[in-house]
Design a protein around this ligand. Sequence first.
Ligand SMILES: [Zn+2]
Ligand SMILES: [Zn+2]
Length: 254
Amino acid sequence: MEVLGDYHLHTSASDGRVDIAGHIRAAKARGLAEIAICDHSFSTFMFHMTQKKFERQRKEISSLEGHGIKVLQGVEANIIGASIDVPHTVIRRCDVLTAGFHRYISPSKRMGESRFLRVNGFGSVAAKEKLVCYNTEAFMSVLENYPVDILAHLGHRAPVDVAKVCECAARHNVYIELNEKHIDALEQDIGFALESGVKFVLGSDAHSAKNTGGFGKVQRFIEKHGVPEERIYGAYGKLPKFKDKRGWKYGNDV
Ligand SMILES: [Zn+2]
Ligand SMILES: [Zn+2]
């Protein structure tokens, strides 16, 4: 597989151990055309994005232009119930908006959706019909109401009805991520994703430069499950297209 892009990279702005320049060097060495920096979002416990860091990253990315690789700025938003934890002003400035479930959320944010976070993050995820129903509604609501580009590591905790969520993602032009770190999470339900007609995009979830653009497990997964090349973006000659969020508004948001 000729990899062209990696759309899920962490830096020291959250819990990564590398800066943007380090990712650029590693991505160039692997022959990539573009990358997206998607650090952990605002309510992540401990290492997370802030308005200040977002501005700093934007400047850093501009100063690194001309290195022969396109760098997109994004955030890896936390899905918390039916919403995500990125200020709307920041959403409008993102080149790429990724959303996924994570369990380590700061206490203030836990208050409102404590059950959602507790059960998905720390409970047994064995077949729980009610929980799957609730999560599916929550994920679909996020895809319907926010300009999400990529659904990260689907199936990793927070069990959902993959068929329904992928159909919803396909309708809203959301890519399902083939995540190098958590590709196992898709193993069981990839059939539903394939049936839905949804598109896929590559994300290494690299926290250090040695993993930037590395997709060994994803490659084996693609071959094993016969994921069609024409539906995989960031490889096989195709780059993904992300939403223009500049004019986006949520409800009565001004
Ligand atoms: Zn994640
Ligand atoms: Zn991540």
